[in-house]
Design a protein around this ligand. Structure first.
Ligand code: DCP
Length: 710
């Protein structure tokens, strides 16, 4: 149901930019010989030449439509060029189009808040830029108006033919006594025309745009004059635009609500809707929807342009029409595996490029042969292809149980009666950015790693992390667990019990739970996340856990059985546990292992000298040494300040390992910590000057560990 939002101002300048026959343009850029030719992009399924999903404007002139199949298109336009969508994993691979969309977004976002609405659509809030332009160099003081802007369609302008139209538009731009809102719109139109030119220059793509005072009107306008044109909606022309509009063309009215307006109230156009009072509409559709409808009919909409350059979710799906419907668990699993592999790649690339993680995995299925709806299911996401595949398949079974009732379900390729999957899609949503704090900490230490790597070891040694992160009110808890390969054997058995609450999407039962999975910080591109419920100090917590790259790590994690059973895969032996205190000091361990990273075992032993010569485990040596440094057990001679000028070989090793100075650390990072912690970290990072006060339960540890009562 639409949500009514108060309109903050009727002077906002909002643009909606929509790429023209987008997939075709992407293909034409790849193959320039296709430019100017009737072209269409067809689906992977080649039956009857494949279904058309994008049609060039040249082909449209021949009557080619998106609803056609390739063979039909050939009939109406024999010279049409049909380009097949790229294929990967036996299905359409849209990454080339997605990436092309991102190129455009990066250009459009230069002038204002930018919301990526789909693969080829963007909303822009240009209010500030337009106001600045109006204040500093309003259109009527411009020496000339660019040609692209002069080609604008300004609704309500009375124009007859091409030349006059351009002259009328010029006058409209230059009108110095225009209404303030129109002046702002004129500025917005100029800005959009320049942006569109930049898009063309930098990407070779054309786009069309609508410029208005809100999103709803801008979106309606952008499609009015395509391709490669823009349409402006002055305030006084809103009614003229809306009144004749078929009701179903309005955003959010294409479905049941629009049908109800037609059937129940006899409303066929937006103009018809104007005859109903707000109260009447509220009586029919409730207070909120009633008000929304009343406003929409008058072009009033308070929807804000959200600041979002990246997609809200990632999804991968495939349809299996008619005889290709999936009827066995094995076939569903095969395709789920393909879809999950793609999803996993996209999640990792999002993590790598944008430092974002998703929280919810959802499975949607369609059985078009049945009237019964296949229930959508979701659960917290665990990163790593194998885990996503496993979880997705378990979601399928959870859905299937519900769908077919209590009958026994066989899972090994046996034919099932009573279901046929015609659509399968898996998605990852609730995507959040990882907070910057530890990003900058990591960046700092990454630099250290790179520095020391060139001297000592490969950076690859440090690409694996295992971290648990949970949020517990002000007692933020961050758990970083860094693993050099030689430390793997020291993995603690945390006793983590992974529970994957399967959420019935339709009921969204566990939605609120996900909030507790908000990570405080994580930064590692090859990492893998999972939500786990951990029993600690007698308290059960939901924790997002980050482990090294995906499937490979399954063997050292407790596996989840969706159907309630819990199985253990290669859990570490009890002897390999960390000491309890050390288990908790994971941020210290994180720093510690980075500090230690430059040191091969023998060097470590050298540094540790008598103190740790008899240690039994390489990794334990490193970690213990770090903790002993932190606890002030090691003599300060091991902590040589970076400023040392003449270094012996041993000193050189120490310098690389331990001499972090607070003034070399990104101040933003420190400033993000609570005041009392900042002071302590600074002291901590100058170990040679540090007083011997670090104890168990010190404030830095308190900060990074869960509070006892949380
Ligand atoms: N698309 C798709 N399947 C659909 C609709 C669209 O795969 N049923 C893809 C192909 C389109 C792209 O999304 O190129 C953008 O969709 P649009 O609806 O914006 O259509 P176009 O950009 O192709 O054309 P137009 O210029 O009319 O916007």
């Amino acid at each position: 149901m639409p949500v009514s939002r108060a309109q903050s101002s009727d002077s906002r300048i909002i643009a909606h930019v929509d790429m023209d026959c987008f997939y075709v343009q992407v293909e034409q850029r790849k193959q320039p010989t296709l430019r100017g030719q009737p072209t269409a992009v067809v689906q992977y399924n080649s039956w009857k030449g494949g279904g058309l999903i994008a049609v060039s404007y040249e082909a449209r002139m021949f009557g080619v439509k998106r609803s056609m199949r390739g063979s039909e298109a050939k009939e109406v336009c024999p010279e049409i060029q049909l380009v097949q969508v790229p294929v990967a994993r036996g299905k359409a691979d849209l990454s080339v189009y997605r990436n092309a969309g991102s190129e455009v977004v990066s250009i459009l976002s230069r002038k204002g808040r930018c919301e990526r609405a789909s693969i080829d659509e963007v909303y822009l809030d240009l209010t500030e830029s337009a106001e600045t332009m109006l204040a500093e160099l309003p259109p009527h003081r411009l020496e000339s108006i660019n040609e692209e802007a002069l080609k604008s369609h300004v609704l309500g302008l009375d124009v007859q033919d091409g030349d006059n139209a351009r002259e009328s538009v010029r006058k409209w731009f230059l009108k110095s006594d225009a209404d303030h809102r129109d002046k702002l719109l004129a500025c917005g139109a100029l800005i959009v025309s320049e942006l569109r030119l930049q898009v063309l220059e930098e990407t070779e793509f054309t786009c069309s745009a609508g410029i208005a005072h809100n999103k709803m009107l801008a979106k309606l306008a952008s499609g009015m004059n395509k391709p490669a044109q823009q349409t402006v909606v002055p305030f006084l022309s809103v009614n003229k635009l809306l009144e004749p509009l078929p009701i179903k063309k309005m955003k959010q009215l294409g479905g049941k609500l629009g049908t109800s307006l037609q059937v129940d109230l006899g409303v066929n156009t937006v103009g018809d809707l104007l005859h109903f009072s707000e109260q009447k509409l509220q009586e029919h559709y409730g207070i909120n929807t009633g008000t929304w409808l009343w406003n929409a009919a008058r072009g009033i909409s308070g929807d804000e342009v959200e600041s979002r350059l990246l997609p809200k979710s990632h999804g991968s799906g495939k349809t299996f029409p008619g005889p290709r419907a999936l009827k066995t668990s094995a076939s569903v699993q095969k395709w789920l595996n393909e879809l999950c592999e793609e999803l996993s790649e996209r999640l990792l690339s999002d993590l790598e490029q944008n430092k974002r993680i998703a929280h919810t995995l959802s499975l949607h299925l369609n059985d078009s042969e049945s009237v019964k709806k296949f229930p959508s299911k979701s659960c917290p996401i665990r990163y790593g292809t194998a885990k996503i595949q496993e979880d997705a398949f378990n979601l399928f079974h959870a859905g299937l149980r519900e769908y077919v009732g209590s009958r026994t379900i066989k899972t090994k390729g046996n034919l099932h009666h009573g279901w046929a999957i015609t659509g399968l899609s898996i998605s990852a949503s609730k995507i959040v950015e990882i907070p910057s704090g530890t990003r900058s900490i990591s960046k700092y230490f990454d630099n250290q790693v790179k520095t020391c790597t060139s001297e000592k070891q490969s950076i690859d040694l440090f690409t694996q992390y295992d971290a648990d992160v949970s949020y517990s009110g002000n007692g933020s808890y961050l758990r970083f667990h860094s693993m050099c390969p030689q430390m793997k054997n020291c993995e603690e058995d945390t006793g983590n019990k992974h529970f994957m609450p399967i959420v019935n999407q339709d009921k969204d039962q566990n939605e609120s739970k996900d909030e507790s999975f908000i990570p405080k910080s994580i930064d590692e591109q090859h990492s893998s996340f999972s939500t786990v419920r951990q029993q600690q100090d007698g308290v059960t917590r939901d924790i997002l856990s980050l482990s090294s790259s995906g499937a490979e790590l399954n063997q050292k994690e407790t596996k989840i059985d969706f159907l309630g059973e819990e199985t253990e895969h290669g859990l570490k032996s009890k002897e390999q546990k960390w000491k309890p205190y050390k288990e908790k000091g994971t941020i210290l361990r994180y720093f510690g292992s980075h500090g230690s990273c430059s040191l091969p075992k023998e060097d470590h032993d050298k540094i540790l000298g008598d103190n740790k010569a008899s240690s039994s485990s390489d990794s334990k040596v490193m970690v213990d040494s770090f903790f002993e440094v932190v606890e002030g057990k090691l003599p300060p001679k091991n902590l040589v300040p970076r400023t040392s000028t003449t270094l012996s070989g041993q000193d050189e090793l120490r310098r690389t390992a331990w001499s972090y100075k607070s003034d070399e650390i990104d101040q933003i990072t420190l400033n993000e910590l609570p005041i009392e912690i900042q002071a302590e970290v600074r002291t901590w990072l100058r170990p040679h000057k540090r007083a011997n006060t670090m104890k168990k339960g010190s404030s830095i540890l308190d900060y990074f560990l869960p509070t006892r009562n949380s």
